[in-house]
Write a protein that binds this ligand. Structure first.
Ligand code: NCD
Ligand code: ZN
Ligand code: ZN
Ligand code: ZN
Length: 424
């Protein structure tokens, strides 16, 4: 029998169920799966469960320009702790990712610091060289309403040419779907006010508009948050839809103050429950965290001034694994939305334990649950809206066959690479 470079053994999640198996790994990829395999090196995880690591296709790691909130080092360590081996970073940084030189600068920062693999989004704005950027980005991002950053495109007619180029490029167009013309700017002092400023109609209208103007694109609707959007965003041709942990777990009645201020907003209990049910039924393509860290000092501002966004890359998979353990969600649904579908949509060979896929794995002990505590987390921002929620953190995380986190501590000197260009 041929000897693999590395063999990992345990209860492996393969084709929707756990079976005792050996995973053979060569050059960072899964090269064989069998009951018994020979390896130059071997790691036996015993009765622990081995699952694919997650791909978080929506994070804001804030580098360059806002590294007091997060950077690729701290953000990627947080990702690893949460069982995420690959992140796609959003373009609302400083400078924004809209030019080749901005993309170069961000790629360099990520390649030198990131402990997980990564892909980068560029933003659609009038005049952006879409065709030039396309070969180097995971996708394009369109902001239809004001949110953190300066990338608002208030009228889709101003980016007609750019949207046509996105369509030609074959890349995904990820959309922040809130209609700026329906957004109210009344003084907000709590989560209900914030919701009133960004009502359900605001999201629904934006989805309708982009479905028309971006008809030729592979549309991906980010952070769908309202029950009224479900019939517009789910199960549509040429459209995929993302949901976040916060929109299915939290609503405006939580006493979170500015820490719950996020765009699109936390909505009513009825919205949250409708989203949770749709997610449970497997109707969403992906779950992503929209990890959007801001510092405690920034969140201590008056409600109206405090920035929108909350961290989540570190807690998403652990909290969802707990939900699977408690049978509130099927594990298959969780793995599909956090691992498999993001890989399929963005063309990344990760997210499955299967031959030819990157050996990005997490090792889990479902009996070893623990509540989320901000003090245990690695994100630079130092807080979480999920404080106290039960979770199952991975005991070990592998990226391309390298053990990069063990017992929730960084292991080794691994550096992630760009999944679009493969570091070329
Ligand atoms: C995000 C941020 O802070 O970058 N904020 C948020 O409330 N979600 C931007 C965004 O995704 O809209
Ligand atoms: Zn957004
Ligand atoms: Zn975002
Ligand atoms: Zn921990």
């Amino acid at each position: 029998m041929r000897s693999m470079e590395l063999v990992v053994e345990g209860e492996c999640y393969i084709s929707g169920r756990f079976e005792r198996a050996c995973i053979g790994i060569d050059g960072g990829r899964i090269s064989a799966i069998a009951r018994n395999l020979e390896g130059d090196r071997r790691i036996d995880f015993g009765s622990r469960k081995i699952l694919p690591a997650a791909i978080d296709s929506h994070v804001h790691f804030r580098e360059p320009g806002m590294t007091h909130k997060e950077d690729f080092g701290t953000g990627s360590l947080a990702a690893l702790h949460g069982g995420v081996s690959c992140v796609l970073d959003m373009p609302n940084t400083v400078p924004p990712t809209t030019t080749m030189s901005a993309l170069d600068e961000k790629t360099e920062a990520a390649a030198s610091k990131s402990l997980v693999d990564f892909g980068l989004f560029a933003a659609v704005r009038p005049g952006v060289d879409i065709a030039g950027l396309a070969p180097r980005v995971a996708g394009f991002k369109l902001y239809m309403a004001g949110t953190t950053g300066d990338l608002l495109v208030p009228s889709l007619s101003s980016v007609e040419r750019e949207l046509a180029e996105v369509a030609r490029s074959g890349k995904v167009l990820a959309v922040h779907a809130e209609d700026e013309s329906l957004r109210r700017k009344d003084l907000a002092s709590n989560l209900s006010d914030h919701l009133r400023n960004r009502g359900n109609d605001c999201e629904a209208s934006a989805i309708r508009k982009v479905a028309r103007a971006g008809e030729a694109c592979r549309l991906h609707i980010c952070h769908v948050s309202s029950k009224d959007s479900l019939s517009l965003a789910l199960g549509q041709p040429n459209m995929t839809a993302e949901v976040t942990p916060h929109h299915i777990l939290l609503d405006r009645d939580r006493p979170l103050g500015t820490y719950g201020k996020v765009n699109p907003p936390l909505r009513t209990r009825a919205d949250r429950q409708a989203l949770f049910l749709a997610f449970k039924q497997g109707r969403f393509d992906t779950m992503a965290s929209d990890h959007a860290p801001h510092t405690v000092d920034e969140k201590k501002e008056d409600f109206d001034f405090a920035p929108s966004g909350m961290p989540g890359v570190e807690t998403m998979f652990p909290i969802m694994l707990q939900h699977a353990r408690d049978r509130h969600l099927a594990l298959a649904t969780v793995v599909r939305a956090l691992c498999e579908r993001p890989g399929e949509i963005f063309g990344i060979k990760k997210g499955r334990i299967d031959i030819g896929y990157d050996a990005d794995l997490i090792v889990v002990d479902f009996m070893d649950g623990r509540d989320v505590r901000a003090d245990d987390l690695y994100s630079k921002c130092g807080w979480t809206a999920f404080e106290g929620m039960p979770a199952v953190f991975p005991r070990a995380v592998m990226v391309r066959g390298e053990l990069v986190m063990k017992d929730e501590e960084q292991a080794g000197e691994f550096r992630g690479r760009d999944v679009v260009t493969n570091g070329r």
